[in-house]
Design a protein around this ligand. Sequence first.
Ligand code: G3P
Ligand code: CA
Length: 262
Amino acid sequence: MTLTPVDTAAGTHFLRKPGEPLRIWAHRGGSSSAPENTAASDEVARRAGVDWIETDVQSTKDGVPVVLHDATVDRTTNGTGEIRSLTAAQVAELDAGSWFAPAFAGQRVRTLVQQLDGLRARGGNLLLEIKNVHTRDSVGRIVDDVYDREMSGRVFVQSFEPQHLRWVRELAPELPLGLLRGVLDPDPVAIAKDLEVLAYNPSEAALQTRPGIVAELHAAGVAVNIWTVDNPTSWRALERAGVDGIITNRPAELAGWSAATR
Ligand code: G3P
Ligand code: CA
């Protein structure tokens, strides 16, 4: 299956129009069914027809952007140690699938370039989270990889760190940006405008502290995507609350639920 690339440069289409389905963002790929952030989990999302794959990008000791969520490789590979203390060559040797199930033995921690090449070859777009600690140079290397692979029209960048977003804005003004939040800012609209983000992406719990923020952000032209939501009761509530998208570990199930309940 090859999915149609989405031109993110248009920007405002991340706001969900009345009657449109929720946008589905596959959290670390189809990570309920395959090891997170691997080619296998990307393929689960792709085969479910979900064309936005969320990923976490960090840098190795020698400065190579790789796809990994945790600060260490301990939980999701057969190795140990902090990712920033390992070289790309060392990381490439790790098994990133066996921890999830024996059938996934041989899955690798990919470089960002390898993930982008997979998307180019097989379809899909990237919700790229700049994860954990970065410098301007390491963010620049990520941006360079995206441009080298001619994927700037198919990448949406997000981060919890405003400074990461500012660096991306300086280095690549056309890349769409989203601000991740575990707790709402005192004035979400103000920070969204200041950072020039197209999306404000709070946790489900954060949104529940102030549901009216969806309308306020929409009035400012900012989309709202909620993480990480895996159950249909919440999917229904969030759809009715008017959010634009849901970041989920269960993209295939959300796609089926969305289609079946329309
Ligand atoms: O995309 C939202 C979500 O990924 C943020 O939290 O810890 O899963 O990266 P985390
Ligand atoms: Ca993430």
